[in-house]
Write a protein that binds this ligand. Sequence first.
Ligand code: HXC
Length: 258
Amino acid sequence: MAYEMLITDVSDYVGLIKLNRPDALNALNAQMLDELAAVLKAWDRDENVRAIVITGSEKAFAAGADIKEMSEKSFVDMFGSDYFTDQTESISRTRKPIIAAVSGFALGGGCELAMMCDFIICSDTAKFGQPEINLGVMAGIGGTQRLTRLVGKSKAMEMNLTGRFMDSEEAERSGLVSRVVPAKELLDDALKTAGKIAEKSQITAMAVKESVNRAYETTQREGLLFERRVFHSLFATEDQSEGMAAFAEKRTPKFRDR
Ligand code: HXC
């Protein structure tokens, strides 16, 4: 399927989505988010996709929600349409692992989109921020919630209250990103990392994703119980037998997602 605001490609079981509104620094509008949600939904059911990378351009992952699209909206428009809610919930419901490969600006909704992914690898040029306060609004799709859980109250509060940007070094130090790589290596690195995930058992990878995400949704006690039960349930899979047999036989496992 062809998309207007995205470039998509599937190769070696890795799905790549490139946000493609270069004239607007990949500002997120309703159409782009509709398209993003649609691709992810389709790939969640597609056997040829086992891990996903979302990226932008060298200059901008995404510079936020489209300010021009939002500027004419009233409270009734935003509340009535539940602006961006369907799409963002659909994106975060994706069961297959998603890596955000961030270069340049990841601001406002762009930073929030990156945080909806399972982890972020960024280039040394990345700049993260929640500058909505400068527009007389605030973050609306995770910037006060996911950012606070990821980097703690002090930094999240400062970033949301002042609108200042965080560079790649600070982002790594604060736990917002998993790794920083040179800009030229970013996409290759993210695709290779996704490729490694694609080699695992899909069932196990989805179980890991559900379990880590659970840590953000519940108490530690409940989370540990959830983890333990999911761990136990993996002993009902053929991939568990195969993985452990392969280790004993000193060979590479052949996972079949069963
Ligand atoms: C619409 C945008 C945009 C945005 C950039 N552009 N960001 N258009 N929405 N968020 C457009 C500019 O208008 C300009 O178009 C072109 O992209 C290039 O941008 P410049 O500003 O000329 O580039 P530069 O000088 O390099 O500055 C880069 C920048 C700046 C620092 C990233 O563009 C910027 O501050 N952008 C806004 C960042 C922001 O406030 N994001 C939060 C949005 S609110 P023209 O046509 O003039 O060439 C949000 C809410 C989320 O995200 C919650 C949703 C529910």
